[in-house]
Design a protein around this ligand. Structure first.
Ligand SMILES: [Zn+2]
Length: 140
């Protein structure tokens, strides 16, 4: 793949430097058949450096997971060599099976069939809490 152009797919732009690999892992981009390019520490006018991910196919992107990792991301949708849409992300109200509760006494650690659900309780500070035990989600 030419790093600069893709015919159809996504250019995931303005990723905070260092977050590209997290996105790659959480969205399981390594399992895709299409080409994926990760550019780290690209020069950015706004914030010094940024990461960029290019996906060479219009796959079903999980916007909730992306927003959870980094809500400043811009997603450029490319069709026939043209950017047809720029999507901004918003923090999802609810995260379902995106991450696990790290409270060892949470019911989800014994009842494995339960969904892992977190609710956005503080938009300003980007805080999610487990719906079962109210433990604050620790992103790292
Ligand atoms: Zn919990």
């Amino acid at each position: 793949m030419n790093i600069d152009t893709i015919k159809n797919g996504y250019v995931i732009d303005h990723i905070t430097s260092g977050n590209a690999m997290k996105i790659y892992e959480l969205l399981e981009l390594g399992k895709l058949d299409c080409q994926v390019a990760i550019i780290t520490n690209a020069k950015s006018k706004k914030s010094g450096t940024k990461d960029i991910i290019k996906v060479g196919e219009l796959i079903n992107l999980d916007m909730d997971k992306l927003a959870y990792i980094d809500s400043n991301i811009t997603i450029n949708v490319v069709k026939n060599d043209k950017i047809i849409e720029k999507k901004k992300l918003t923090l999802p109200e609810k995260l379902v099976n995106v991450c696990m509760c790290n409270n060892p006494r949470c019911i989800t650690s014994t009842e494995k069939e339960l969904d892992q659900v977190f609710i956005l309780t503080d938009k300003e500070r980007n805080i999610y809490r487990c719906i079962y035990c109210e433990t604050k989600l620790n992103k790292n």
